[in-house]
Design a protein around this ligand. Structure first.
Ligand SMILES: Cc1ncc(COP(=O)(O)O)c(C=O)c1O
Length: 439
């Protein structure tokens, strides 16, 4: 992995100076690595501008946060209105905004059994609170089940259920379909329900036989994001959901990244036909304002006493105002429908690129969350190629996040992107990749 701490680019004097200062004063571990280190000075719609005035098409949405794009006019107008006159913090106070944000969230999620919220100030904090809730209700059930290679955050319990190994002795990982790389079945049988479902079913049965009524919760993501964009067949998540229901295990669905239209439905549980007991939302729900939430069953969330999961910032007036303003914008504009339309173009465009460039191994995705996996080529590793793709795309005026899992490009523009802008992104990637191939 490449980890230079000071990156500089030609003809970017102000950006380079900012990069130097950040590298001098901010610890490297604070940022995930990107070979570009774009310095942003202004953002509007699907575009970003650096201090030198160069424009970049944003294919990252921050980190899948700005689903409405940047400085969305109606969101900003509503946000200003909803925050007007309020204190930034209302600890030990109530606001109209909190009441409305909670009501709108529960109504919008629309699953009758999910009728309470608990706020958080980050996705991982909301994940931790959801797990606490299950543990609080079932203190005599120590076992936590998580799907392997998931990402739920870095801190505490959220970190314990991330990845493939855990420092927590009570965590048990189960298989999650990564069909392109599946080693469980032969290549021609991959993703075939008849062949694959019994394999996952058996694993769950064995786990249950081993731990009986000592399993407290199962946590999973709709798709594996950080591991490289693996989107499972619907039957897989439905199997997990059924297993939890049959054995009274709390089913936690981590939609921190997948919520608010990203998968082509408002929520990913709708895309996959499942009904979690605790639904965790983040990122897109505030379009950039740091806010996350657990929406869950009252019998799971109500047993907490006053203060047991409160903290300084959770549910603050600005966070709640952002949640409301996002709903206002989603209700006025056809954001989800636009995502569905753009998904088709994105799918076609990325597969065309795969057909053109020998170093693209796989294209995977849904809605507007896609992964483009690189392979070793021409003496270069997949990781080197992925990093080069990010860098060359930057030179073409396209901003991509640093690669996922070392070798997968994440493509996740704001959901308000237009047809012409998707096309612009494909052309920029095409030109960037052609330079890598030496054309
Ligand atoms: C699926 C998922 N869960 C949890 C998190 C953690 O959220 P946060 O970084 O806001 O703590 C992330 C962040 O990328 C995520 O993608």
């Amino acid at each position: 992995m490449i980890t230079e701490s000071l990156i500089q680019h030609d003809n970017e004097p102000k950006s380079n100076s900012i990069r130097r200062t950040v590298s001098q004063y901010v610890a490297r571990g604070h940022k995930t690595y990107t070979p570009t280190q774009l310095v942003v000075e202004r953002a509007e719609g699907v575009y970003l501008w650096n201090p030198e005035g160069r424009q970049f098409l944003d294919f990252s949405s921050g980190v899948l946060v700005a689903n409405l794009g940047h400085a969305h006019p109606y969101f900003e107008e509503r946000y200003a209105e909803h925050t007007k006159g309020l204190p930034r913090n209302a600890y030990n106070m109530l606001t109209q905004q909190e009441a409305e944000a909670a009501r709108r969230l529960i109504e919008n999620v629309g699953l009758p059994k999910l009728n309470r919220v608990i706020w958080a100030d980050s996705g991982s904090a909301a994940i931790i609170k959801s797990m606490w809730a299950a543990q609080h209700v079932y203190p005599d059930r120590p076992i936590i089940v998580a799907t392997r290679y998931g990402f739920h955050g870095k801190k505490g319990l959220a970190g314990d259920v991330t990845g493939e190994t855990s420092p927590n002795p009570n965590v048990r990982f189960i298989s999650f379909p990564t069909c392109d790389h599946c080693t469980l079945v032969p290549e021609d049988k991959r993703c075939d329900r008849v062949t694959c479902e019994p394999i996952y079913e058996r694993e769950l049965q064995e786990l249950r036989e081993q731990h009986r009524d000592r399993i407290c919760l199962l946590i999973t993501e709709p798709y594996l994001g950080a591991k490289g964009s693996f989107h499972p067949p619907k039957w897989y998540l439905q199997l997990l959901n059924r297993w939890c229901q049959e054995h009274d295990i709390v089913f936690i669905l981590d939609e921190v990244q997948a919520c608010h239209g990203r998968t082509g439905n408002m929520y990913a549980f709708q895309s996959y036909g499942v009904e979690p007991d605790l639904l965790v939302l983040g990122k897109g729900i505030g379009n950039g304002e740091p806010v996350a939430v657990v929406v869950g069953r009252d019998d799971l969330l109500d047993p907490f006493d006053y203060g047991e999961c409160s903290d300084t910032y959770s549910g603050n007036p600005r966070a709640c105002a952002a949640v409301i303003a996002v709903f206002d914008a989603f209700e006025r504009e056809n954001v989800v429908e636009n995502c569905q339309k753009m998904e088709k173009l994105m799918r076609r465009g990325l597969h065309e690129l795969k057909g053109q460039f020998p170093f693209i191994a796989f294209v995977r995705g849904e809605g507007l969350v896609w992964g483009v996996e690189m392979c070793d080529w021409n003496g270069k590793t997949a990781s080197q190629i992925a990093n080069e793709c990010v860098l060359r795309s930057y030179e073409e005026g396209l901003h991509l996040m640093g690669p996922l899992a070392d070798k997968v490009l994440r493509v996740s523009p704001p959901l308000v992107i237009t047809e012409a802008q998707v096309q612009e992104g494909m052309e920029k990637m095409g030109r960037a990749f052609a330079r890598i191939e030496g054309r």
